[in-house]
Design a binder for this molecule. Sequence first.
Ligand code: NAD
Length: 313
Amino acid sequence: MAVVVTGAAGFVGSAVVRCLLDQGRSVVALDRRPQRSTSPGVRPLMADLTDPRPVIAAQVGRALARAEAVVHLAGCPGVRDCAPDVAARRQRDNVAATERVLAAVMPGTPVAVATSSAVYGGAHGTPSSEDQPLRPRGGYARSKAAAEEVCRHWLRRGHLVTVARPFTVVGEGQRPDMALHRWVTAALQGRPLPVYGSPARSRDFTDVRDVARALVELTDLRVSGPVNLGTGVPHTLGQVLSAVAAVTGTAPQLQLEPAGLDDVPATWADPTRLERLLGWRPRTDLPDVVARVAAELSGGAYGFPLPAAAALR
Ligand code: NAD
């Protein structure tokens, strides 16, 4: 039996695949994009979860029905996406794909579905806990709230669904649209760092390695219902920018740009439930995460401790 990871070619998905391989587990790596790398123990399955063609749907359905567990990370991420077709992509990849996965999995098979901290609509002076009402702001957050509604439907039918709410995930393999990727790239190239809103805004930045480990452990524990994947320790964007400057040995200029309306001023996880379930909580060491991202983006030229930035240009 294998664990099926959907979105396995993506940022969080590839970390989950690595985590499972480190534990000696077999993985079916499902994604509509090709996998970043191949390894023994991984069976790639290149398919779109929402493909209506009977042959593809049957192939996907078989893999999901036979799974030991499923970590569902396929989705349309990003709050700032404003392409004309974004609403349709969010509906297809965040909502319809979740429905497809949950309908195909056997009732006793544990499934972790990644929704998002965006369902809370930001934190207002206190950390967000799982039992508080959802206030999704914007199309991305609303599509994740709709995915949670799909999860609740299957939970009511007795399925084992962890509704995992990751808070801003950081680490190697980040998508190019994510802040840390853009900032480290700009610092390495000697360009100003684009900052949306103000450096005083804050996020509960969560290390991708901890997010991956938590997702695997939550499915192993067959947890049902919503669980925050965050540290409980928010950092300001300014703190991350300082870490980028320190790690890259640069003194970058900031280029302030307006924040989007749906880009909330602060996020902050209450990780009490996660810690009670797992016996540990994610901890983010910002300089370490920034150094890992810098090492990746500079093609391995960066070690830790780091050489002067000038040597990299
Ligand atoms: P990503 O874009 O790097 O990975 C998503 C992967 O899913 C991609 O490889 C894509 O090809 C695949 N995919 C999308 N729709 C698919 C479909 N219909 N069929 C098959 N494959 C499909 O995104 P990520 O940052 O790794 O995020 C993973 C999940 O976690 C997403 O659902 C995202 O909304 C959620 N999330 C991410 C963060 C974060 O900070 N990265 C925070 C909260 C929630």
